[in-house]
Design a protein around this ligand. Structure first.
Ligand code: PLP
Length: 395
């Protein structure tokens, strides 16, 4: 039977860009040991106090239906957190609780795109972006960023693609590049959104993982709160990826309509998960504890990779990744990643998996304990140096 063009079109067929990841997992399943630096997931479980709260809430009976837009107490807690961090007045009515940041991104695109609308997003990008836009009926349009700019977007590049666009989706701190957008960059993008009447969708799921500079939410810029939808989540900040707890923050009228979407999709999130989310948000020490290893490992990556021939570590200002420019090896990111997996059983994602702008790069998730990460980076650097030397000799 024929399926809808909408659902067939989400991936547009072909490879999902995660071939290397699937191969690494198959090798592990076959009993081979692989140093896995592919997925942005913590190498630790959710903190104990959050799990205890989840268990207590579930056993106390908070296991029935909840209200679709999210528990009022949690919406209020998110609003207070957002207001405290950004200075933008935010009430519970500005917040919709969603099944993770991913459902927040989908809700945002659904809320503002009509079928066939052009939706801008930057390249490199988090893997689900084009599919999320297509699922909401939009047409994804990529705007390249450049390694020589540390992957900070340039407003004129966005301008060049903006004709007929309805939305711009940005992500800072950024996956995969580790860039934290600076104030001038965000002001340029905000000015463009205001002038062109674009909605800004701001993916801020890594906002607690900033190692350099400061995280600025563009919703706080002048004239932006009425046109910005911010996606947030406890996945990365509290090691709660499996709990699927996130939110979207935006103008009250938009949030009220998105609550209709929650009614016809998730019908609300589990009460015991939301109660645990309240505990997570109530103790700042928890997110500091989760963020600390990634800062330490970012510093470790800098030390191990400094001055090594064949690769260059991009600034890695935030998030849980290190982006390596491996173009001196003469290999594409894909060929390099495959060869590294074959030679050293080290799995890292080719830049090409995140868009054409990351070609010749490798994304290393800083998700192994420090000792094994150092071992993997050392082997990776030696491999890059040898490959670059060979490329130089044959040139
Ligand atoms: N946005 C970015 C940039 C991500 O890297 C991820 C997950 O890796 C998400 C959104 C979705 O996160 P979640 O749905 O777990 O909150």
């Amino acid at each position: 039977m024929q399926l809808s063009r909408r659902i067939e079109g989400i991936t547009e067929g072909g490879s999902d860009g995660w071939d290397l990841f699937h191969r690494a997992r198959a090798m592990q399943a076959a009993g081979q040991s692989v140093l896995d630096l592919t997925v942005g997931e913590h190498d630790r479980p959710t903190p104990r106090p959050i799990l205890d709260a989840m268990h207590a809430a579930a056993t106390a009976g908070h296991t029935g239906y909840t209200v679709a837009p999210g528990l009022p107490a949690l919406r209020t807690a998110v609003a207070e957190r957002v207001e405290a961090r950004t200075g933008v007045p935010t009430r519970a009515e500005n917040v919709l609780i969603t099944a993770g940041g991913q459902a927040a991104l989908f809700a945002a695109q659904m809320a503002v795109l009509d079928p066939g609308d052009r939706a801008l997003h930057l390249d490199p990008y988090y893997a689900t972006y084009p599919g999320t836009i297509r699922a909401a009926g939009g047409v994804p349009v990529t705007v390249p960023t450049r390694p020589e700019d540390g992957f900070q977007p340039r407003a004129p590049d966005v301008e060049a693609a903006a004709e007929g666009a309805r939305t711009l989706l940005i992500n800072t701190p950024n996956n995969p590049t580790g860039a934290v957008y600076d104030r001038a960059t965000l002001e340029g993008l905000a000015e463009l959104c205001r002038r062109r009447g674009l909605w800004l969708i701001s993916d801020e799921v890594y906002d607690t993982q900033v190692w350099e500079g400061v995280h600025l939410s563009p919703r706080a810029l002048p004239g932006m709160s009425e046109r910005t939808l911010v996606a947030g989540s406890l996945s990365k900040s509290h090691a709660m990826t499996g709990s699927r707890l996130g939110w979207i923050v935006g103008p009250e009228a938009a949030i009220a309509r998105m609550a209709d979407l929650a009614t016809v999709t998730t019908y609300g999130l589990p009460g015991f998960i939301q109660d645990a989310g309240l505990v997570a948000l109530s103790d700042p020490a928890l997110e500091a504890e989760i963020a600390a290893p990634f800062r330490r490992r970012r510093d470790l990556a800098r030390r191990v990779l400094a001055g090594r021939p064949g690769l260059r570590l991009l600034p890695a200002q935030g998030a849980m990744y290190a982006m390596l420019d491996i173009r001196p090896t003469g290999m594409s990111g894909t060929v390099f990643a495959e060869a590294l997996l074959d030679a050293h059983r080290i799995a890292a994602m080719p830049g090409e998996s995140f868009g054409a702008a990351a070609a010749g790069h490798l994304r290393v998730a800083l998700t192994l304990d420090d000792a094994r990460l150092a071992e993997a980076l050392e082997a990776l650097a030696t491999f890059a140096a040898l490959t670059a030397a060979r490329a130089g000799a044959s040139a």
